[in-house]
Design a protein around this ligand. Structure first.
Ligand code: ZN
Length: 300
């Protein structure tokens, strides 16, 4: 009995020890769990908000700039602008074009970009009050108009400086450069855009004295008030390349500057084709040297 009682009391002691140690363990571990659990929760709670905030800040930022610039170039840039850049339009039926009023035109069938014609009318009215009579000698010219002029010179059908160019200038690049002294390459003329007008006369000497000088002086002083600029200013340090001076050629810059900006990418050399000597265009870099070779004061 004694042994049994000893065994029994030992077992009870062990149970008590186990349960106590078990309780102790639970009691000790519980606070650990309580301490550990809120800690990561707090840490998670603190860490979680910044990422969403950062995401929220990032998300509105990219969408805002992305759609804003995208719609602007897209409608003006692609196929529509290409045909306007290269003069592949029928101005009599194109809604972007308007006839030059009869009082300003030197012949029937002259057209320009509607905004340019409207500005020209205002400028001409203002000039008239100052005793200056503006007349349009040339306005919109189509790609095909320019192609006829160019090809006839290239082939010799039209004499240049009294000779036929295939004989006098057989080299293609030199021949193109010779024609460029007087005429634009098809697809590169600002007259395709309807933004540019030749006024009153086609010689610089006309504008050097008398009535012509009065006209040119008035345009130089007041043209910018109506958006017009003489893009082919005298050649010099500030305009080393491009066409020679043309005192008669005035460009409506608010529209023309947008056309010029898009020209290298929308038009580019891919579309300068379909006329005699077209291969010379890239050789000469006609876009850089002629299309973009304008009076820096006219650039906006
Ligand atoms: Zn012109």
């Amino acid at each position: 009995m004694t042994l049994h009682g000893l065994l029994a009391s030992t077992a009870l002691l062990m149970l008590a020890a186990c349960s106590r140690s078990g309780d102790d363990a639970v009691i000790v571990k519980q606070p650990e769990i309580v301490v550990e659990t809120p800690a990561p929760q707090v840490a998670q709670t603190v860490e979680t908000p910044p990422p969403p905030e950062a995401v929220v800040q990032d998300e509105p930022a990219p969408p805002a700039p992305t759609p804003a610039p995208a719609p602007a170039p897209t409608p003006a840039a692609e196929p529509v602008t290409l045909k306007y850049l290269m003069g592949d339009v029928k101005p009599g039926s194109d809604p972007l074009f308007k006839a030059v009023p009869g009082k300003l035109a030197t012949r029937a069938g002259m057209y320009g970009h509607k905004d340019a014609v409207a500005a020209l009318e205002k400028m001409a009215d203002a000039a008239a009050t100052d005793g200056v009579d503006l007349k349009v000698v040339s306005a919109f010219r189509s790609f095909n108009d320019q192609k006829t002029i160019w090809n006839n010179k290239w082939t010799g059908a039209t004499l240049v400086e009294g000779g036929k160019l295939p004989n006098t200038v057989p080299d293609p690049k030199k021949r193109a450069l010779k024609i460029l002294e007087f005429s634009s390459m098809p697809g590169t003329s600002r007259h395709h855009w309807g933004t540019d007008f030749d006024l009153n006369d086609l010689t610089n000497t006309y504008f050097a004295s008398g009535k012509g000088k009065k006209i040119h002086d008035w345009l130089t002083a007041h043209g910018a008030d109506y958006g017009f600029c003489q893009v082919y200013s005298p050649k010099g340090a500030d305009r080393p390349n491009g066409y020679n001076e043309e005192r008669w050629h005035w460009s409506y810059i608010p529209v023309a500057s947008a056309y010029l900006a898009q020209y290298p990418t929308v038009m580019g050399y891919d579309h300068l084709k379909g006329f005699e000597g077209a291969a010379a265009a890239k050789d000469i870099d006609v876009i850089t040297n002629y299309v973009q070779g304008i009076n820096p004061a006219c650039k906006r």
